[in-house]
Design a binder for this molecule. Structure first.
Ligand SMILES: [Zn+2]
Length: 262
């Protein structure tokens, strides 16, 4: 698995790159980092827990970076562990600062008072939310929002068969198109709203920035054993580039299709 992304308390909590990319899509990675600022003292977790998939989505940053480069699209990543603040959760969601994640209790998140909650929202979530909003606003009305995640092959002791999840909220346009093209453009076992769905609260970014603005949107979930080194991440991003490009093109009205560069 990857070595951790180098980060310190002095670095920004959100990264924006390729902001002048020419392709009208925004790639977003909410769970790119397992970084826990030193003030939290590891949230009281063992090293094993705080570097496991409960803290971040292994491989998602690398796939997002390769995809951003391959599409020539801007990229926004959160640089803070989702255990400190999960940027794919609204501030009032109970699991925005989860007290428990899968099998691990998170000691530093037990009984957080309102002051601490507000401080984390302001420090970690608002800058991320603002960066996504700002980047999307520059892309015009044919833009697509693509969020990249990874999931663990074994969850609560159960093996997951799905390899590529295509998730959506109430606006299904982009996801429908991706699922239509998937059989021709990928060999992966591709499923709709797996291994998670709306009922798990995972569509916050899609709802807020996509559905709410009429922007095409999709959340991509990749089984993390398929993106465990740079070569696999590059291959995955290349496959996604083709799949997302075809799906996006099919969603955009024909009269405007020249806006989409191959
Ligand atoms: Zn994720």
């Amino acid at each position: 698995m990857f070595s951790r992304h180098a980060h310190t308390d002095d670095d920004p909590v959100v990264s924006v790159s390729n902001i002048d990319g020419q392709y009208p899509a925004l790639v977003v990675c909410e769970h790119a980092s397992d970084y826990i600022p030193t003030a939290f003292d590891g949230l009281g977790l063992s090293k094993e827990a705080r570097t496991s998939h409960i803290a971040w989505d292994p491989g998602a940053r690398e796939v997002s970076s390769y995809l951003s480069a391959a599409l020539d699209a801007p990229l926004v990543t959160s640089e803070i562990s989702r255990l400190v603040y999960d940027c794919n959760r609204a501030p009032d969601a109970p699991d925005a600062m989860p007290a428990k994640s899968e099998i691990f209790d998170v000691p530093g998140n037990q009984d957080i008072d309102q002051k601490e909650r507000s401080a984390r929202i302001e420090q970690y979530y608002r800058p991320f939310e603002g960066s996504v909003k700002q980047a999307l606003s520059q892309l015009g009305n044919e833009a697509a929002l693509i969020t990249i995640h990874s999931f663990t092959p074994v969850y609560h002791g159960k093996r997951r068969a799905v390899e590529l999840g295509v998730l959506h909220d109430t606006d299904t346009r982009f996801a429908d198109a991706i699922l239509k093209f998937a059989p021709a453009l990928t060999n992966l076992k591709t499923m709709r709203n797996e291994p998670y769905g709306v009922e798990d609260g995972v569509t916050h970014t899609l709802k807020l920035h996509g559905v709410g603005n009429g922007v095409l949107n999709v959340m991509i979930e990749i089984r993390n054993d398929l993106i465990s080194d740079s070569e696999q991440c590059r291959t995955m991003a290349e496959m996604l580039r083709g799949l997302l490009f075809e799906a996006h093109r099919s969603c955009v009205s024909p009269g405007h299709s020249k806006a989409i560069k191959p």
